[in-house]
Design a protein around this ligand. Structure first.
Ligand code: 2HA
Ligand code: ZN
Length: 284
């Protein structure tokens, strides 16, 4: 009788691995929303060792990859990540070519590839921003697991016409849909325009992640984080929806709006604390 090791499983069977299936489904959703054109967007998702060990041989390192900088804070952590230059559109058809499962080595100096990233592929070009964001989010929330980056259309559009002050931007988003203040009472962070893929943009993003679960890159896209794929994606979805409403109404005369008092009532009713200094912030 032939016995199959996990890495010999067919593509279809690979979608039986829960974390591979989750990644395949969410990348497909985001592509269909039009938020991940070409190779746009990237995801990294921290996995528990026991879960990885249930499906893959964690003692078989396929190859090691050198990260842009040592990540001692994440030593021993397991991740599933999207690959650099890979198209979200294609993940479902060939997860092993477009995704990778890796472990940060004990000394934090290397990434140990355990599955995927077929044919010499490497992790997402935005790995510095992902790793630095994971480090900051884990400090404030030990249940944090997921970083998603995409090119949410209306969020990008809004960064051309709205002031990029994060309090004013957050306030406008909160005013666009009733649920917003409940979903992101911590508000959104915004960094200046920067060249993507660099450690500098990673540092700027992570600095904002100390206080926010979502960070906007002007004229580029958004980073959303959470304890699950659903949470991180739901956060981005909600922000994008608010940005869409803004883009729909911005040229129209406003006849009525959600007042500051009503926003405060909402926060109270849902037991969330809005970030200080936003509710009475003056609008542009
Ligand atoms: O992976 O989205 O920010 C492509 C990008 C870079
Ligand atoms: Zn991008």
């Amino acid at each position: 009788m032939t016995t199959f090791k996990p890495h010999q499983l067919s593509c279809t069977r690979k979608l039986d691995i829960p974390f591979v299936r989750e990644m395949a489904q969410i990348t497909q959703h985001m592509w269909r929303f039009g938020w991940d054109e070409r190779n746009g967007g990237n995801i990294s998702y921290i996995l528990d060792e026991h879960l990885v060990a249930e499906h893959l041989d964690i003692h078989h390192v396929i190859r090691t990859i050198k990260p842009a900088f040592p990540v001692h804070e994440l030593a021993g952590r397991y991740f599933i990540v999207t690959g650099s230059g890979k198209y979200f559109k294609n993940v479902v058809a060939d997860p092993e070519a477009n995704l990778g499962v890796l472990r940060v080595s004990k000394d934090g100096e290397h990434l140990e590839l355990l599955w995927g990233l077929k044919d010499g592929a490497v992790p997402t070009s935005e790995l510095p921003s992902h790793f630095m964001s994971h480090i900051e989010r884990l400090k404030v929330d030990p249940s944090h697991r997921v970083v998603i980056h995409n090119h949410a259309t209306n969020v990008i559009a809004m960064t051309f016409i709205h002031e990029l002050d994060e309090n004013k931007f957050t306030k406008t988003l909160w005013e666009m849909c009733t649920e917003c203040i409940v979903v992101f009472p911590d508000g959104i962070g915004i960094i200046p325009w920067m060249v993507p893929g660099s450690s500098e943009i990673g540092r700027a993003t992570a600095a904002q992640m100390k206080d926010h679960r979502a960070v906007i890159w002007p004229h580029h896209g958004i980073f959303g984080t959470g304890s699950t794929i659903d949470e991180a994606f739901g956060l981005i979805e909600t922000i994008e929806k608010a940005a869409q409403i803004y883009m729909l109404i911005v040229h129209q005369p406003i006849r009525q709006r959600i007042t500051d008092e009503e926003l405060a009532d909402l926060a109270k009713a849902f037991g969330v604390t809005p970030r200080e200094g936003i509710l009475n912030a003056k609008q542009p």
